[in-house]
Write a protein of this length. Structure first.
Length: 143
């Protein structure tokens, strides 16, 4: 997975011709070539290179998040969508990147907690300006 992400990131820097070359040359963890077939078979052909470039850029060398953090975020979002495919992949990816079972559980619980409070605030039509004022009083902006 790491090799695939790095190759896609290199492709992003090299433009569309670079993206195509990287897709053809990059081995994944199983030694196969290119991105997974499940990506290629479901995405519009004319936009595939751009989608792979974006996917790679988020995990490239200039990314601020490390792989474990990025996969925990992706898992938490996937659990909320919900997407069985994404949960399966991102949990395995997070564990491969060093996440513990406790970290996985906490990431998913955090997403559930955000969803619960979002549901309550939106469902009860809590005044957004009052919310921001109280939040900022408790947690002053840092910049």
């Amino acid at each position: 997975m790491k090799r695939m992400m790095m190759a896609i990131a290199v492709a992003c820097a090299g433009g569309m011709a670079g993206a195509q070359e990287a897709q053809e040359a990059m081995p994944d963890a199983q030694g196969d070539q290119g991105p997974p077939e499940f990506f290629r078979s479901i995405y519009p052909e004319h936009a595939f290179d751009e989608a792979m470039a974006l996917y790679g850029a988020l995990g490239g060398e200039e990314a601020e998040l490390d792989a474990k953090t990025r996969e925990l975020v992706a898992l938490a979002v996937a659990a909320q969508i919900p997407c069985d495919y994404c949960v399966y992949a991102h949990k395995k990816n997070a564990m491969s990147a060093g996440a513990t079972e406790a970290e996985v559980r906490e990431a998913v619980a955090t997403a559930a907690n955000v969803r619960m409070w979002s549901t309550m605030l939106n469902g009860m039509d809590y005044d957004f300006e009052a919310y921001k004022a109280e939040h900022d009083e408790r947690m002053p902006p840092t910049n």
